[in-house]
Design a protein around this ligand. Structure first.
Ligand SMILES: *[C@@H]1O[C@H](CO)[C@@H](O)[C@H](O)[C@H]1NC(C)=O
Ligand SMILES: *[C@@H]1O[C@H](CO)[C@@H](O)[C@H](O)[C@H]1NC(C)=O
Ligand SMILES: *[C@@H]1O[C@H](CO)[C@@H](O)[C@H](O)[C@H]1NC(C)=O
Ligand SMILES: *[C@@H]1O[C@H](CO)[C@@H](O)[C@H](O)[C@H]1NC(C)=O
Ligand SMILES: *[C@@H]1O[C@H](CO)[C@@H](O)[C@H](O)[C@H]1NC(C)=O
Ligand SMILES: *[C@@H]1O[C@H](CO)[C@@H](O)[C@H](O)[C@H]1NC(C)=O
Ligand SMILES: *[C@@H]1O[C@H](CO)[C@@H](O)[C@H](O)[C@H]1NC(C)=O
Ligand SMILES: *[C@@H]1O[C@H](CO)[C@@H](O)[C@H](O)[C@H]1NC(C)=O
Length: 858
């Protein structure tokens, strides 16, 4: 690879100087000569053009520091040359410039950039340009792929882009682009990917627009709420279309018949528009490759046509929130790959089918708020993948099958508001059941005590039934967030802990219940012990009043929220998770890390993505609004070395869980603590540099600056290419300074990464983060973990290194022996840097931007 690259660098500079008639060997010997020689020519050399482009950018993290005229530009970071024509004569070398996620801004000098011959792929995605889409980019005639996604571009989509005749992929998603989609883009006949998702495009889509785009595979116009168009029938004329994503984009009218011809379709998402009328007959007959169908949140009506059962690869069927009537096509339920059926909030009727138990891969069936009747199929309990079954607000009758949660995955059952009768069965296998809602049915008999044995049961709503007997004391074993048993015929004493520990216990409408805080006190005082009884009454009264006050304030906090869930989930990026699912996943087996502030859970989402969720112990100090404001600020931070905060969850008790993006390789700590820490030196250096860049960004480029305050190797996540992502930052913002300090103080074991002045300084500083960073550098050069995740012990790596560093052969004792000697010099430099960063005196530590500079050329 290396020699090929060099050749292409030379060949381009030669092309640029062709008219110079420079002897060939001179060109090979020194590209610098050619540079100065040709500076006066009309065609500027490529590296000068790129440097003009660089000069127009603000590059806070120094990501483009390697761009200099002393190295061939093919060696610059984020620039790749591929030599199209073999041999030295080729001018057809194509160049890729990928600058995504570097925190760049500035007024792009596109006219310089577009004069680079052979510029084929350009990505400026995930930066912070804050300017209009550069018109001049339309001059980049050789572009094949242009990615400007999520880079704070605004203004209109330039009509002139129609000149980019060779374009195959255009991604402008996630900006603030306004105005109409210029019909002229129809000229881009080779376009395969067009992604305009999440902008502010408006107006009508011109019918001519899609007539010519017959090569399109991927079309995403979703989230442009101001478009106001019928669905263009021309979309059906794009024979290669695989992904058609049009959700939330103001489309109205009917689904055109032409869509039936989209035989290559894999994902069709028309959700959250204003579509009306019936789904055209024959819909689905030709969709042999369809994986996901989402028509939810429209006004579609009539019966769902037969045909969908022919979509043999279908995994997701989502039609909730329409006005469909009639039965769901029976064949749907037996599709072999089907995982999700969401049909709630329609007017479907008929019976729920028996599921093909042995083969079904169904995970989620939601059919709430329809007119389904008949019994609950017993086969649901036999579908081993079933995770959620909800069918509330229907006309279901019969009894609840006692095997309903025999599926090892079953977490959520909701059959409230039906006409189900009989007793509540003894559910004994429900190891994963989190939420059980049976309210407003005709259940009779007692509440089974065995519910208290279900390890993660958290929400129980049995209200408005005909249940009798006492509330089983066993329910006190559960960590409940909701217990609603109101409006039954329960009697007896309410178990004490249920009342005292729960913010959300609802007991009203059971005149037979007694206990503190209820109108009916259980103890009838006898005359003999009147004095005692009086004292007891006073105590009880006071306790009762306190309990009431606590209960009332908890109630008040609960009622403030719009929905009735005790959890509020706020997502800043699309993430397929609900509060209940999040809660269901707080399970010991998902724990991937723990620290002073709480545990970190790894959660697999339904769409195959993973997120890391930090569930914070210390809580209750900030209001939802305060947490939300803080989180919003943090979620806006974009840098290639900062893990995105995708959202957070806030409980009625003020507990906060922060959701971070997650990377398959896990954390740096996982690697260091593995039986053998095998990461090579170059990758360790990459981790160190990336981490330093991320921190420098937090400290110096965010306004106001952000302190991490909990930096440690378990908070450093690694992407596939070992590019690190800093996670776990900003905890203090989510819990408040006081609670943050309290838990730091209570957990003195875990001080492996904490700067010594933490004890006696009032205000935290950047330099404390620098110390923590230094400890991680020491881990990287020594290969020794600072902290053992299981034992919570610190190896105090800082003293360990200090004791050895001045010995004669100190370095050989310190540096990781598994790394080859050739890297010794660099390791020595990094070791010295690490020792500076972990100075006891804060003012002797370097600032993060200086660290970045030193690590770029160790
Ligand atoms: C350019 O990169 C190649 C391969 O990575 C390397 O061998 C060569 O020394 C580099 N050239 C310069 C001038 O840095
Ligand atoms: C853009 O770069 C070109 C070529 O180097 C230069 O001539 C021009 O002045 C630059 N434009 C701006 C606005 O800096
Ligand atoms: C974008 O630029 C405008 C001025 O052109 C400025 O008012 C605004 O604050 C900037 N936005 C961001 C996010 O930097
Ligand atoms: C554009 O860049 C973003 C960020 O790197 C990436 O997620 C996206 O897939 C790219 N788009 C295309 C069409 O490749
Ligand atoms: C569509 O393609 C035809 C034939 O190549 C061409 O004449 C027409 O101008 C194109 N339409 C648009 C809107 O570019
Ligand atoms: C039930 O669905 C209808 C639409 O079909 C909707 O208007 C209504 O709000 C839903 N009811 C509940 C309780 O969600
Ligand atoms: C508890 O159940 C009653 C009766 O069904 C209902 O009115 C109330 O809203 C429920 N409370 C909660 C928080 O679910
Ligand atoms: C910080 O305070 C704790 C107890 O409050 C003490 O054990 C520890 O040694 C102190 N650390 C330093 C570096 O002073």
């Amino acid at each position: 690879m290396a020699p090929r690259r060099r050749r292409s660098a030379y060949s381009v500079s030669m092309a640029a100087t062709n008219r110079g008639y420079l002897p060939f060997f001179l060109l090979l010997l020194s590209p610098l000569i050619t540079t100065s020689y040709s500076a006066a020519e009309a065609e500027q050399p490529v590296h000068e053009l790129l440097l003009s482009f660089k000069a127009s950018l603000h590059d806070p993290s120094g990501a483009l520091a390697t761009w200099s005229s002393s190295t061939p530009y093919c060696n610059w970071s984020h620039v790749t040359c591929t030599d199209a024509a073999a041999g030295i004569a080729g001018v057809n070398s194509s160049i890729t410039v990928s600058l995504q996620g570097l925190g760049l801004s500035g007024d792009i000098n596109a006219s310089a950039l577009c004069r680079v011959p052979g510029l084929a792929d350009l990505s400026l995605a995930s930066n912070a340009f804050n300017q209009t889409v550069p018109l001049q980019l339309s001059r980049c005639a050789s572009l094949v792929s242009l990615n400007l996604s999520s880079a704070f571009f605004w203004g209109p989509l330039p009509e002139q882009f129609a000149a980019l005749a060779g374009l195959v992929s255009l991604d402008l998603s996630g900006n603030d682009i306004e105005g109409t989609v210029p019909p002229g883009l129809a000229a881009l006949r080779g376009l395969q990917t067009l992604d305009l998702r999440g902008n502010r495009l408006s107006g009508v889509l011109h019918p001519a627009l899609f007539r010519n785009l017959t090569s399109l595979h991927y079309l995403d116009l979703s989230g442009n709420h101001f478009l106001e168009s019928p669905l263009p029938p021309e979309l059906g004329g794009m024979p290669s279309l695989r992904w058609l994503l049009l959700q939330g984009a103001g489309f109205s009218g009917a689904i055109p018949d032409t869509f039936l011809a989209l035989e290559q379709l894999q994902v069709l998402d028309l959700s959250m528009n204003s579509l009306t009328g019936p789904v055209p007959p024959g819909f689905g007959l030709k969709f042999q490759k369809l994986l996901s169908l989402d028509l939810s949140g429209n006004g579609l009506s009539g019966p769902f046509p037969d045909g969908v059962e022919r979509c043999l690869m279908l995994q997701r069927f989502e039609v909730q929130g329409n006005a469909f009537t009639g039965e769901i096509p029976a064949g749907l339920w037996s599709l072999p790959d089907l995982q999700v059926v969401r049909a709630e909030d329609n007017r479907f009727s008929g019976r729920l089918p028996e599921f093909p138990a042995g083969v079904s891969r169904l995970e989620q069936v939601q059919v709430d708020n329809n007119s389904f009747s008949g019994g609950i199929p017993r086969s649901i309990g036999l579908v081993r993948t079933m995770y959620r079954f909800s069918a509330s607000l229907n006309e279901l009758d019969g009894s609840l099958p006692d095997n309903l949660c025999d599926s090892p995955a079953m977490s959520i059952i909701d059959v409230s508001h039906n006409a189900i009768s009989g007793t509540i069965p003894e559910f004994s296998n429900c190891k994963r059941l989190v939420s059980l809602r049976l309210s407003s049915n005709g259940f009779t008999g007692t509440i089974p005590a065995s519910l208290g044995d279900l390890p993660v049961l958290t929400y129980i709503d049995l209200s408005s039934n005909g249940l009798t007997g006492a509330i089983p004391a066993e329910l006190q074993n559960l960590k409940l967030a909701l217990l609603n048993v109101s409006y039954n015929r329960l009697s007896g004493r309410v178990p004490a802990e249920l009342v005292s520990d729960l913010p959300a216990v609802f007991l009203q409408g059971n005149p037979g219940l007694c206990g503190p805080g209820l109108p009916n006190d259980c103890d009838m005082p006898s005359r003999k012990h009147q004095g005692l009884a009086l004292a007891a009454t006073v105590v009880l009264f006071i306790t009762g009043a306190v309990l009431l006050a606590v209960g009332a304030s908890a109630m008040y906090r609960r009622l403030q929220g719009k929905n009735s869930s005790p959890w509020k989930l706020v997502l800043f990026h699309p993430t397929k998770i609900t509060a209940e699912e999040l809660f269901a996943a707080f399970h010991e087996k998902n724990v991937i890390g723990r620290g002073a502030f709480g545990k970190v859970y790894l959660i697999a989402l339904q769409d195959g993505q993973n997120v890391a969720v930090k569930r914070l112990f210390c809580s209750g100090k900030l209001t939802f609004r305060e947490v939300k404001n803080e989180m919003k600020v943090l979620a806006k931070i974009r840098h290639k070395n900062i893990a995105k905060i995708t959202g957070f969850c806030y409980s009625s008790e003020g507990e906060v869980s922060v959701i971070y993006e997650y990377f398959q390789r896990g954390s740096l700590q996982d690697m260091i603590c593995a039986a053998k820490f095998t990461l090579g030196w170059n990758d360790r250096l990459k981790v160190a540099l990336g981490l330093a860049q991320g921190l420098a960004y937090l400290h110096h480029d965010c306004t106001p600056g952000v302190l991490h305050r909990d930096l440690k190797s378990s908070n450093v996540l690694l992407a596939d290419d070992f590019e690190p992502r800093v996670a776990g930052f900003g905890v203090h913002r989510a819990v408040g300074e006081k609670a943050y300090r309290a838990s730091l103080d209570s957990d003195l074991n875990q001080r492996c990464y904490v700067a010594p002045e933490q004890n006696f300084t009032k205000n935290p500083t950047n330099l404390m983060d620098v110390y923590s960073f230094g400890v991680i550098l020491l881990e990287l050069v020594t290969g020794r973990p600072a902290e053992q995740p299981a034992s919570k012990d610190c190896s105090d790596i800082v003293s360990w290194v200090r004791r050895r560093i001045n010995l004669i052969d100190g370095a050989s004792q310190i540096l990781d022996p598994s790394i080859s000697h050739t890297a010794q010099q660099e390791m020595q430099t990094v070791l010295e840097l690490a020792v500076r960063c972990t100075s006891v005196k804060p003012d002797q530590r370097p600032a993060m931007y200086e660290v970045v500079r030193l690590l770029q050329a160790p």
